[in-house]
Design a protein around this ligand. Structure first.
Ligand code: SAH
Length: 394
């Protein structure tokens, strides 16, 4: 059995590990048996030398990302076991069907694989490393994935150029680890999407809004819909299938608008109900009239760090205030924040103050979060990032 370099914690710093929290901050470390390299597997011990956990070491504020609280070898068999557990869970929840072959297979800590994201689009997996340890293990992970998924998986695309810690200077290159001849049409609840994992944002598609899109479809009948920050058009197609009178999709990225238009054609052909605009959200909201009675606001994360939280909250307030100002009476607003540092309470307070500013009568009809394939490890509450409110505006 391979032994790993030991890291000794300061006295009392083992408490969070005993509650299975999967991170060790650099300030908790007393000493190293020998200085590990970035991305090495290490054994974490308390100050007296008792085994606590195994994890990936990295330089930075998070110093170790825990992989196991029992002594194990971190090898291909380990990844097979963890990936199988993730796959079995999604199968048992009936998330994987011919109508829905788009899902997140691994959601970092939520699947006990801190630093790793895997999204599945049909026969292709897009693998994203957020830690040096997962970067070095990428070939093992790809091969383990193939073992678990068998013939249903033909391609593994590695996409970590922009997600690894900058300071680690790993210069990861995006590219196929397995396969390469991939159809890039994926299905979500029977709707088809071109997923551009080569050039698109994140892994190519926002899988996390799936169930919230389903809810939107229920309310779309006969409504005029504005899908603000549409990206590849997800919410727009559910609204169209739900019988919306008209759907306008807006995104500042011209590439996103092109993809949205292609996806409309793929599902609805030449449907005059849909129009797309490559335009800044605030400009569009300023110039638009009061024709919409269903508005979706799903902006990018306004705050990526705690120190910009105040500005981010201001941004959310302004954005929501504009929607409250213009939405038709009897309208429904779907409003989201995907910033992990913005808490559910903070987001709700911000939307509350935007509503108060507009003077409209507003009722909360749903409180939304991320779907089952983005599970939150109960010992890692930081994994909860997506928050949404559905509001009825008189
Ligand atoms: N709702 C989408 C995901 C949104 S991601 C879905 O369901 O898939 C956020 C999007 O906001 C990105 O596509 C980005 O291009 C766009 N964006 C960022 N800043 C913007 C701005 N100021 N105005 C309009 N769109 C913006």
């Amino acid at each position: 059995m391979k032994t790993y370099t030991k890291i000794y914690l300061k006295t009392g710093k083992e408490d969070s590990l005993k509650r299975f929290h999967p991170w060790i901050f650099s300030g908790a470390i007393h000493r190293f048996e020998q200085q590990p390299e970035e991305g090495d597997v290490v054994e974490v011990c308390d100050s007296t030398g008792h085994f606590l956990a195994i994890g990936h070491y990295q330089i930075g504020s998070i110093a170790v990302r825990i992989l196991s609280f029992t002594p194990v070898q971190i090898d291909e068999a380990f990844f097979v076991q963890r990936l199988r557990s993730a796959y079995v869970m999604r199968q048992s929840l009936c998330l994987i069907t011919p109508e829905n072959n788009t899902y997140r297979l691994v959601h970092g800590e939520g699947d006990n694989l801190s630093g790793l994201i895997i999204d599945i689009y049909g026969e292709t997996a897009v693998l994203q490393a957020h830690s040096p340890g997962m970067h070095f293990a990428r070939h093992q992970i790809a091969s383990a994935l193939k073992q678990v998924m068998g013939e249903s998986l033909q391609n593994v695309y590695y996409k970590s150029e922009t997600t690894l810690p900058y300071k680690a200077q790993l210069e990861a290159e995006n590219g196929y680890i397995i396969g390469g001849e991939a159809s890039n049409i994926a299905m979500e609840h029977g709707l088809k999407f071109y997923v551009d994992w080569l050039r698109g944002q994140k892994t190519g598609f926002f899988v996390d809004q799936r169930e919230n899109r389903v809810l939107l479809e229920r309310y779309a009948q006969g409504r005029s819909v504005l899908n603000m920050f549409c990206y590849t058009g997800g919410f727009s197609f559910y609204a169209m299938r739900g019988g919306a009178k008209c759907v306008h999709s807006v995104d500042s990225s011209a590439k996103a608008i092109d993809l949205t238009n292609k996806n409309v054609a793929l599902n609805f052909g030449d449907d005059a109900r849909h129009q797309a605009f490559a335009e800044d959200a605030f400009k569009f909201l300023d110039r638009m009239g009061d024709q919409y009675d269903l508005i979706i606001l799903d902006p990018p994360a306004f705050a990526k760090h705690k120190n910009v939280l105040r500005n981010a909250l201001q941004g959310y307030r302004k954005l929501n205030a504009k929607a409250f100002e213009k939405i038709k009476s009897g309208g429904i607003l779907f409003t989201f924040s995907c910033s992990q540092v913005v808490s559910k309470e903070n987001f709700r307070l911000t939307v509350f103050s935007a509503a108060a500013q507009s003077g409209r009568k507003v009722r909360i009809i749903h409180q939304l979060t991320q779907p089952a394939d983005h599970p939150i490890n109960i010992y890692h509450p930081e994994g909860e990032y997506l928050k949404g409110l559905v509001l009825y505006v008189e």
